[in-house]
Design a protein around this ligand. Structure first.
Ligand code: HPA
Length: 270
């Protein structure tokens, strides 16, 4: 893994992918973010040695390198999910690469089902913490100390400093931000009403199928993380309705403009 990461890092550095302030994983809901980036170059995943290539419709696969104001960002347009058949080590490989490109600050976004009755479809939730229920752990197996320690502290998986700053940015811009715990399940099925109830009773505010492995790996390497989740459907008792990937994408569109503006303003001012 170490050698593969270094090979990929060298490939990208040779292409001029350097001096990056923020790594950003664009999930459903932040797909338009690259509209806010002065793009310097894009690199399709197929061209990058050792990169997995995503298969889900609506998830493209390229790295976008560019400027947001004075800051330089490297955004992943298209991410990898455990349910696609990748191991969680494979889905998190790009985060390892980001670290050795010199990135310390990671922003992750996703779509999720809200199980907190205070939430509405189209809300943005700032992830305050997570619960990992994906059945594979990205740090399972022998630990490579060059990446990080065997036992990783997770008391502040989502940087308080970044959270405080984004809350301030959201308040300044008049963007409503919910806050809560993101619980990750393997998918790809959406939850049954009983499962949404389980997520709630376990302490989740929203449930999704991504993000947590990436944040674990980022924390393993000492990165700071911020997570934003668009609530695309509700799994609240009594109102669980049918949900499809199309519904999720449509609902994510509702929040796209606010998400784009929020992350852009955050990156410019953090
Ligand atoms: N459950 C799991 N993942 C999701 C959901 C959901 O309800 N909505 C968007 N991603």
């Amino acid at each position: 893994m170490w050698d593969k990461v270094q090979e990929t890092v060298q490939f990208l550095k040779n292409k001029g992918i350097v001096n990056i302030d923020f790594g950003i994983i664009l999930g459903t809901g932040l797909g338009n973010f690259t509209d806010f980036v002065d793009i310097i170059q894009t690199i399709p995943y197929e061209e990058i040695p050792n990169f997995p290539v995503s298969t889900v419709s609506g998830h493209h696969g390229e790295l976008v390198y560019g400027k947001v104001g004075e800051k330089i960002v490297l955004a992943m347009r298209g991410r990898f999910h455990y349910y696609e058949g990748w191991s969680v080590q494979q889905t998190t490989f790009p985060v390892r690469v980001m670290k050795y490109l010199g990135i310390d600050n990671l922003i992750v976004s996703n779509a999720s089902g809200g199980v907190n009755a205070q939430f509405s479809v189209g809300d943005i939730m700032l992830i305050t913490d997570h619960i990992n229920m994906i059945p594979e752990h990205p740090l399972h197996g022998a630990n490579d100390e060059r990446f990080g320690p065997r036992f990783v502290d997770m008391h502040e998986a989502y940087s308080k400093k970044m959270r405080n700053h984004v809350l301030k940015v959201a308040a300044d811009k008049g963007i409503k931000l919910q806050q809560g715990v993101y619980l990750a399940l393997q998918g790809p099925t959406f939850e049954t009403p009983a499962e949404y109830g389980m997520v709630r009773s376990l302490g989740g505010d929203a449930v999704g199928m991504s993000t947590v492995p990436e944040v674990i790996v980022a924390k393993h390497m000492g990165m700071n993380c911020m997570g934003l989740s668009v609530i695309t459907d509700l799994g609240v008792e009594g109102i669980v309705a049918e949900v499809s990937h199309e519904d999720v994408k449509k609902a994510a569109k509702l929040a796209e403009k606010s998400m784009g503006e929020l992350v852009t303003a955050f990156v410019k001012t953090y």
